[in-house]
Design a protein around this ligand. Structure first.
Ligand SMILES: O=C(O)CCC(=O)C(=O)O
Ligand SMILES: [Fe+2]
Length: 308
């Protein structure tokens, strides 16, 4: 007889070339312990020294601030982030659809640490769903009650992630900075939070998350079924991050890269970049001829192993 644990356990699928490929890149990048933490706690914090040089993180911060200026007209200097404020009515600003705003956004999704963590959660055939640069300021409103990032995938939730959140902190996340709130191990609950569990600030809240504190340049990584939210910011100044949302190859992406990304950008990058955006995804096909089997072997393989 097959027990429930046998049915739901992912362990047996680790004995595969798909898993080994990801584990080997994790090992070469010093990330192995973070894979274990994802299994156990549903989240991990990768320190800046395992992600990218300081200069890269600073350029990324500048690129997010430049997008903010282009889209809102508000010039913010990186040196003044500890004191700057914007429109007091709103707790923050989110800038979606960054991929073609600056070449550095194309570079960061190909960063080996970012990709390895995304692939560990969503397989080698992982897709970028979208990326968003966020500025958050002091405000009383709870912008993110407890929730998960896997929208529209019904229970029972599978043990493998259908979505992966890889957030790069671009300013320090310390107490009072409005940091991400996370419930360790909650990916194993196999359900979404109920409305009475959303507002975690209530004294009698049934589930209390912990704050994720991390220096600028870290990766905060969590499984799509991990319960999380965000503490309101109490300190002056701004918290800035870049959220990269990844998803399984069978899911719909937030952004339709396939019909929007320019040929110039695709020509600059290789096949892995195209796969990551879903450019040669099997579906949807827009003529009467299905794409070639060869082009889609990588997607078909995903039906056999969670790391494929
Ligand atoms: O702003 C945060 O700290 C968390 C935002 C969030 O819920 C997400 O990125 O999925
Ligand atoms: Fe979220």
């Amino acid at each position: 007889m097959t027990s429930k644990a046998d049915v739901t356990s992912l362990e047996k699928y680790k004995d595969s070339s798909h898993y080994r490929k990801i584990a080997q890149s994790a090992e070469s990048l010093g990330l192995l312990e973070h894979l274990d933490r994802l299994d156990k706690d549903g989240y991990t914090i990768v320190p800046p020294e395992l992600v990218a040089p300081v200069d890269f993180r600073r350029r990324l911060l500048d690129a997010v601030l430049e997008v903010n200026e282009r889209r809102t007209g508000h010039h913010i200097k990186a040196e003044e982030l500890a004191t700057t404020q914007f429109d007091p009515e709103v707790p923050g600003r989110a800038h979606w659809g960054l991929l073609e705003e600056d070449p550095i956004f194309q570079e960061v999704i190909m960063n080996p640490a970012v990709l390895t963590m995304a692939k560990y959660l969503c397989g080698n055939s992982v897709l970028l769903s979208d990326m968003t640069g966020n500025l958050k300021q002091k405000h009383e409103r709870l912008t993110h009650p407890l929730h998960t990032d896997q929208h529209g995938t019904p229970p029972p939730i599978p043990p493998y992630a259908q979505v992966a959140n890889v957030t790069m902190t671009l300013t320090d996340y310390t107490q009072g900075d409005g940091v991400t709130a996370i419930v360790p191990g909650s990916q194993k609950k196999g359900r979404y939070p109920h409305p009475n569990e959303w507002d975690f600030r209530r004294e009698d809240a049934p589930v209390k998350p912990i704050p994720l504190e991390a220096p600028a340049g870290s990766l905060l990584v969590w499984h799509g079924a991990t319960w999380h939210g965000s503490f309101p910011r109490e300190n002056p100044g701004l918290r800035v991050n870049l959220i990269m949302v990844f998803t399984r190859v069978y899911m719909r992406q937030i952004r339709d890269f396939k019909s929007t990304v320019s040929k110039e950008v695709l020509d600059l990058h290789g096949e892995e970049f195209a796969h990551l955006l879903g450019i040669n995804s099997m579906y949807p096909f827009d003529d009467l001829n299905p794409p070639s089997q060869e082009d889609n072997d990588y997607m078909m393989a995903a039906g056999y192993n969670p790391w494929a």
